[in-house]
Ligand binder design. Sequence first.
Ligand code: TXA
Ligand code: MG
Length: 314
Amino acid sequence: MSNIYSGTEENIQKAAAVIKRGGLVAFPTETVYGLGANVYNEAAVAAIFAAKERPRFDPLISHIAEVDFLPQYAAVDARAMELAKHFWPGPLTLVLNRIEENPCLDLACSGLRTLTVRMPAHPLALSLIKASGVPIVAPSANKYQSVSPTTAQHVADGLGDKVDMILDGGACQVGVESTIIDLTGRQVVLLRAGGTAKEDIEAFLGEKITVPETVPALPTAPGQMLRHYAPKNVLRINVTAPEPDEFYIGFGKYDGALNLSPTGDVKEAASRLFAYLRLADEKAIGGKIAVAPVPNVGLGLAINDRLNRASYHK
Ligand code: TXA
Ligand code: MG
């Protein structure tokens, strides 16, 4: 029996009841599908890691439904509030300091002094959070290290009945995870390139944001680990002339069996990236995938980050 449910009002109420009583609900966001739990229920938060088969606890993003709730939940200054007002709802995640009033978030925060928050831009996600009445922590709804899901079926393929309900909101429009920035220091630091272009954040702030050396030896975010978002097959990137036995994913003028964006639009490419990596995994007969170069502008930064990790081999 399928545990995929359409996004009717009745199903949203049902899903909210599951969240409230400590169950797991996968739900759509504009970036990727999330595997959600009540942030205040430690057993439910722990169940997320078990379902994902993540080997250790990692801090999770809290999803909230209103900008005005943020100051009650985390320590904010004017800069954080302005960023939230401007970019939310949307694919921007803020790392903020915790406040004393919220002591029971230890597992969700993985013991860190920081709290990570975003307001997703998907009507189903917002309805679910509101109906649940609590922030919902949600990592991407995939098994550890595998490709993030951008459809309800991807979630079902990867997690099956480990999740109580999967709410179906169609294919995710952005297609790569949110951009994560750390606001706890004076300088804004980019922790993960994602669905909000770094250039747009810089234009809004009127200053450059700090991009740490790529691939730190000791990642603060597991999304920064070397091998992540990985397909099963061998993956080569920045390929303009694929070998005959490679399944070629094109971009722009470099055309292949699939093309991330024939017109060279990085936004379109981001929205298709994970679905095409999955398709290529099914179709690459020789066990090899090659991907055309994607320019490092706008969402191209996030695309190249994911492709770099997906292609990493020890
Ligand atoms: O688009 C998204 O952000 C999706 C959707 C579902 O909202 N969520 C997502 O969550 O990608 P997840 O858990 O797969 O990735 C969140 C990343 C993890 O690598 C985590 O370690 C990092 O954010 N992270 C969370 N809190 C952090 C913190 N306080 N400091 C540093 N990294 C943090
Ligand atoms: Mg993930």
